[in-house]
Design a binder for this molecule. Structure first.
Ligand SMILES: C[S@@+](CC[C@H](N)C(=O)[O-])C[C@H]1O[C@@H](n2cnc3c(N)ncnc32)[C@H](O)[C@@H]1O
Length: 350
């Protein structure tokens, strides 16, 4: 499954002057700045997502892996939610790994985070047996997400949970009428980005099921930072700078001029000075479990019907009865697995 991931395009990043280390950062460092601003301005919703995820997670998870962890926004939220868990943060970017190592020393996380620099498009990293896996805004960036989903499934303990989060609608910052240029600029930008495949992702449910998961729930979270916090201007500028780079050559001349006035460090239209910004967006999350093996299913608790009190004496009838019983329990997938496949291994991964 191929997905566009223009965040990794060579688009010039106008946010480079916000680098923390004063050096001329590469593209990933620009993305890292943007991720940190996103977390600062919109990150509060993550506690809601992890609370929701915890309802579908095994009790007291011990090992949690954050796939495509970026600067550690998800790792931190997972660390808050699963206070006894060890956390493994995986990313292929050295710029992200540097920030993850800093996050790993923060109070509350110290001693609990392992940073793994690994390309998920290559071989599956040695993360051990996992109770909860998390992939936020990263699955759609992978060259072969179906393969990675199978690897995640194998790494999860039976009953373990994978949470996939994707940005449903891109962040919005601007009022329709900016008082300069043609109204509706941001809508036109979003339309152009959609045509360019920015952030495109499918409904992950079929791919998750194909990889062997049971999708327990799916939920859309609305993000709304209003009134816009002080950092909203910097976030808007970092974000729209990337948009400007990605759409270079595709914008009408007047829209490009308006955008440049917004991106200017100074001037009456500068995003850094405006007081009419809003910050909003939506993200969708899927909670998918690796099913428990059939032997762990509560077959003995099945309501026993009069017809099934005596065990059939041939193996095929016995298997069919077990299947029917599991269907009665609403667990047809386990039943089918038990008849057609070998039960899953108890734990995979080195
Ligand atoms: C849009 S960022 C999301 C970061 C973080 N999950 C968050 O929600 O803030 C996507 C991250 O996935 C990482 N990534 C993309 N492809 C990857 C791959 N093949 N292997 C490992 N990490 C990858 C990128 O380096 C980046 O840090």
């Amino acid at each position: 499954m191929a997905h566009d991931h223009p965040q990794h395009s060579d688009a010039r990043d106008h946010a480079h002057d916000h680098a923390h280390d004063g050096t001329h950062p590469d593209h990933d460092a620009g993305l890292a700045d943007l991720l940190d601003l996103d977390a600062e301005v919109l990150g509060a919703y993550l506690d809601e997502v992890t609370a929701w995820a915890a309802q579908h997670a095994p009790d007291d998870p011990r090992r949690v892996v954050d796939l495509g962890a970026g600067t550690g926004t998800g790792t931190r939220a997972l660390g808050r939610r699963f206070a006894a868990a060890r956390l493994v943060a995986v990313d292929r970017s050295e710029a992200m790994a540097q920030r993850l190592r800093i996050a790993a020393d923060e109070p509350g996380l110290a001693g609990r985070v392992e940073v793994v620099l690994a390309d998920l498009d290559g071989v599956w990293p040695k993360v051990g047996a996992v109770d909860v896996a998390w992939a936020a805004s990263s699955l759609h960036e992978l060259a072969d997400p179906d393969r990675v989903l199978r690897d995640v499934h194998a790494a999860l303990r039976p009953g373990g949970l994978l949470v996939v989060v994707e940005m449903d609608t891109l962040p919005r910052f601007l009022p329709d009428d900016l008082g300069t240029g043609r109204p509706g600029l941001e809508t036109r930008l979003h339309d152009a980005l959609a045509r360019a495949g920015w952030n495109a992702h499918p409904d992950w449910q079929p791919a998750l099921e194909q990889a062997g998961f049971e999708v327990a729930a799916r939920r859309t979270f609305t993000l709304d930072a209003s009134p816009a916090p002080a950092r909203a201007g910097r976030y808007a500028r970092a974000y729209l700078s990337r948009v400007r780079g990605a759409l270079d050559g595709q914008l009408a001349a007047d829209d490009r001029d308006t955008l440049d006035r917004l991106l200017a460090h100074d001037g009456p239209d500068s995003l850094l000075r405006r007081r009419d910004l809003v910050v909003s967006g939506t993200r969708t999350a899927w909670a998918a479990r690796r099913p428990l093996p059939v032997s762990a299913a509560p077959v003995s608790a099945a309501p026993v019907s009069p017809e099934s009190t005596s065990a059939p004496d041939d193996p095929f009838s016995a298997a069919m009865e077990a299947f029917v019983t599991m269907r009665v329990l609403g667990d047809s997938r386990h039943g089918l697995d038990s008849l057609l496949d070998a039960p899953g291994e108890p734990a995979a991964g080195p």
